[in-house]
Design a protein around this ligand. Sequence first.
Ligand SMILES: [Zn+2]
Length: 310
Amino acid sequence: MDPVYHRLPVVDAGGMELHLPIVDLGSGPPRLCIVAGIHGDEPSPLLLVDRMVLALRERELSAGIRIVAAANIPALLQRARWSSWDDEDMNRIGDGDGGPALTRRLAAAVVAACDGCDVVVNLHNFVMRTPLLAVWPPGQSAGHAERHELLLAALDPHVVWVFGDTPADERIFAGSLDAALERRGCHVLAVEMSDLPEMDEPLLARSVAGLLRVAAQVGCLVDQERAPRRNRVYVHRRLVRAPGAGIFEPIAALGGQVVATDVVGELIPLERPGHRVPILAGDSGWLIQRLARRFVRPGDMIFTVGHPAR
Ligand SMILES: [Zn+2]
């Protein structure tokens, strides 16, 4: 099934032509939409959808699949989370609310591209090394949660990040792009992965296989893929940030269990080489995300500890 490449025009603002690049596969209106590139400093989703298109070319599709290959081109060209043209986070402005800012117009175009789809997969990556990680959003109805479990069983992520269910958590979620899509009747599955240098072949292969099973679950693929029966861990996530500027040297193994006094890594301070600062886990749980060796600024994300959520 050959992909059809086209573009959705986004209202012209200031003499600049902007569009949303779309890849359509299969015939009929799309039932599954996969969105990449909401954040401009997250290139891994583009690699994953490239593999997905290559895999789907070999398949017989029973319903359409749409891929939004690069949702936020201004931010991607700036390699920044959001574009400096308006400093709006595309994941935090719902459907754009009719606003004139370019990021808002693009968000509205993404929502329009997903219109009528049964399921939307929203792909992101962290700078931290991250296994295939799916989000369990707050405030789900029983029916929604049941459907979400089916989609998770198909995707087979290593980790499910369970959001808190407090009114504050629900308020934050309500302003997201995902929530805007949910209000239009799309079931959204948000998925996180590693940054491009750490997207190794096993992680890519697992991610593509998972997306293909999601497509089968949604009814887009003729042949049903059997989902593996692997354990998924459902966790609340506690984030630890760099205490200062310097080079983070990882020590503890990713995915393993840690206790409060375990040293997850060391900071080689910018101003005091030779005086390494140990960074402790702080409490016990699984080390679910961790930076590789990277230069960090104070406050940069360096690791997360997951606590069982169920
Ligand atoms: Zn993101």
